[in-house]
Design a protein around this ligand. Structure first.
Ligand code: SF4
Length: 180
């Protein structure tokens, strides 16, 4: 039986794709093993690579604050990314890297079995749901392969466009209600 710690260990030694060559740390994700909500970004950034923890930079601070405003504790959810190693210079992860890493995310989702999955931003939306235009799809419910999804903005987008921040909080509130 797979569990989160075993998956984390497998990720830590993974050399399946080229992203392993320049990473400092793998970033498997963190949070509750019994989370009703799993939040998924695109890829770790510089701070995440340095610490091995997801969403700990500026965008992470925004996400944590937005969760709190929505009445959700960060410790109650599970936060991860589509790929578990930082792409050099924060470029987008390549298709083959996403493909090679996908099994880890699948194992995490199988193990946690959340009530709702939250893709953050366009890239996660495309990878997880094959949908585009986060501004149109945010806050809407999608069903795929027996799982429920509700995408929202990537918190980084709300750093550059502050008007999006209340919308992020609004979506997270809805996600909190849907997850019960
Ligand atoms: S990104 Fe994923 S597949 Fe690539 S080395 Fe890291 S853990 Fe392995």
């Amino acid at each position: 039986m797979k569990n989160i710690e075993r998956i984390k260990k497998s990720i830590s030694g993974c050399r399946r794709c080229d992203l392993s060559s320049e990473r400092k740390n793998t970033v498997p994700g963190e949070g509750s093993k019994d989370a009703e909500i799993v939040i998924i970004g695109e890829a770790p950034g510089k701070k995440e690579d340095e610490t091995g923890r997801p969403f700990v930079g500026r965008a992470g601070k925004v996400l944590t604050e937005a969760l709190e405003k929505a009445g959700i504790k960060r410790s109650e959810v599970f936060i991860t990314n589509v790929v578990k190693c930082r792409p050099p210079t924060n470029r987008d992860p390549k298709k083959d890297e996403i493909k090679k890493c996908r099994g880890y995310l699948e194992s995490q989702l199988e193990t946690i079995d959340p009530n709702i999955i939250v893709p953050l931003g366009n890239s996660a939306l495309k990878t997880l749901l094959d949908e585009e235009r986060i501004s149109e799809k945010r806050g809407k419910t999608f069903e795929k392969d027996g799982r429920k999804y509700m995408p929202t903005y990537h918190p980084a987008a709300t750093i550059y466009n502050r008007k999006l921040r209340p919308k992020l909080v609004k979506d997270l509130k809805k996600i909190g209600e849907e997850s019960k």
